[in-house]
Design a protein around this ligand. Structure first.
Ligand code: PLP
Length: 428
């Protein structure tokens, strides 16, 4: 039996429409090799994970050295140096006064714990999140996820979750235009608190750039407006940086674009360049509100993942990959802009740094062109380029390559994308 046959027989895959038909065997930087020796330019990073590049030399070395010493010790029962060292570095690079980290293994676990901490600190029990958001696949994280497509067949969810219209300017839920809207969506928070909650809100949770929603990019003042209302009501702000963190958007954390300070921040994906690790970091007084027995996980703070995470931060900083994300993101946009003029199907190109979304629409009514997005992704794959297709309407092409991608690779990938548009649009 080959790998695909074994997947069919032994791996649960019924929850995915289609696994991309490629068996990935090895990878380096932004290049992936399949089992037959075919190479691909990776523009999706394993869903925005390998920011420092696949199998980054320094990250591998650090992980291998740690494997030789110690793989697991239960980092909350005993002390472990890599766990302490990584937490120290996270406190240094995290925005504002965020200082103490709890480590888990995934994004969902990071968000779940952040919600739990917000409850512990405030003594309150409710949450407000954004429509079109995504925060993970566990019970609590799905409860604050604003997308029925992810929640189907799982109801009922955690009570006490209210939703604010997303800052999705291209499809403004109020049918207004930015900036004359004066951020109607952010101003709605006051009403949501008043009419949709019991005024017992522990935290507001949001992604600074909404990845799974379709790289929805809030306007510049959105979080400042939100912050005013949160402060007035003593509500914490949980910043979900699981997808946008670690230099991807041109800053170490995407919330830095918005000039507000989170109270708790969730991290995963890009934290250790592919090693499974997640965590949340909080201001000291918030972090210390857990009491004995309140929270724990066996693998959290795993020494190998933490050693990889530490090396990863070193690489991001030494190579100034945040700045690289800005420059390379500009190149992608420059190469995409003639396509925008040529194909009316491209409704909007948005994002920051190397977190870029292209929203595809069929007509002037902005009917989502979801099957076209899927066909463009499939064409790219068949021609050696990996991209994502997603968004709440399934019609957003996602370009999120490793930040070490070269200019030649960007140009090569964009050439293929251009042909993909030509083929898909001309076959309509
Ligand atoms: N939060 C955000 C913003 C995400 O994009 C994701 C995953 O895509 C998660 C949380 C969940 O992360 P994980 O899949 O590691 O559980």
């Amino acid at each position: 039996m080959n790998t695909v046959e074994k997947y069919k027989k032994f791996v649960i895959t019924s929850m995915v429409d289609k696994i991309q038909p490629v068996v990935i065997e090895r990878a380096r930087g932004a290049e992936i090799l399949d089992g037959e020796g075919k190479t691909y330019i990776d523009c999706f990073s394993g869903i925005s994970v390998v920011n420092a590049g696949h199998n980054n030399e320094k990250v591998m070395e650090a992980a291998k050295a740690q494997v030789d010493k110690l793989i697991h010790c239960a980092s909350y029962i005993y002390y472990s140096k890599p766990t302490a060292d990584l937490a120290e570095q996270l406190a240094r690079i995290a925005p504002g006064r965020l200082q103490k980290t709890f480590f888990g293994n995934s994004g969902a676990e990071a968000v779940e714990g952040a919600l739990r901490l917000a409850k512990a600190f405030t003594g309150r029990t409710e949450f407000i999140a954004l429509q079109a958001s995504f925060h993970g696949r566990s019970y609590a994280t799905l409860s604050v996820t604003g997308n029925s497509a992810r929640k189907r067949r799982g109801a009922p969810y955690m009570p006490g979750c209210a939703f604010l219209p997303a800052p999705y300017c291209y499809r403004c839920f109020y049918e207004l235009e930015y900036p004359s809207c004066r951020l109607r969506c952010a101003r709605a928070l006051e009403d949501i608190i008043r009419f949709d909650t019991a005024d017992h809100v522990a935290a507001f949770i949001a992604e600074p750039l909404m990845g799974e929603g379709g790289i929805i990019t809030p306007p510049a003042e959105f979080f400042l407006e939100i912050e005013k209302t949160l402060k007035k009501h003593g509500i914490l702000f949980i910043d979900d940086e699981v997808q946008s963190g670690f230099a991807r958007t041109g800053r170490m954390f995407a919330i830095e674009h918005y000039g507000v300070e989170p109270d708790i921040m969730a991290m995963a994906k890009g934290i250790a360049d592919g090693f499974p690790l997640g965590g949340f970091i909080a201001r000291e007084e918030i972090a210390d509100s857990f009491r004995p027995g309140d929270h724990l996980t066996t693998f959290g703070g795993n020494p190998v993942s933490c050693a990889a995470g530490l090396a990863n931060i070193g690489v991001l900083e030494e190579q100034n990959l945040a700045e690289a994300a800005v420059k390379k993101g500009e190149l992608v946009r420059t190469l995409l802009s003639p396509l925008m003029d040529r194909y009316s199907m491209i409704g909007e190109i948005r994002g920051k740094g190397l977190m870029i979304g292209i929203e595809l629409v069929r007509d002037a009514h902005k009917t989502p062109a979801a099957s076209e997005a899927g066909r463009i992704r499939d064409f790219c794959l068949a021609n050696g380029v990996l991209i994502g297709a997603g968004g709440v309407y399934g019609n957003v092409i996602r370009i999120q390559p490793p930040l070490v991608i070269s200019e030649t690779q960007i140009r090569g990938a964009l050439d293929v994308m251009q042909t993909a548009f030509q083929k898909v649009v001309s076959s309509e």
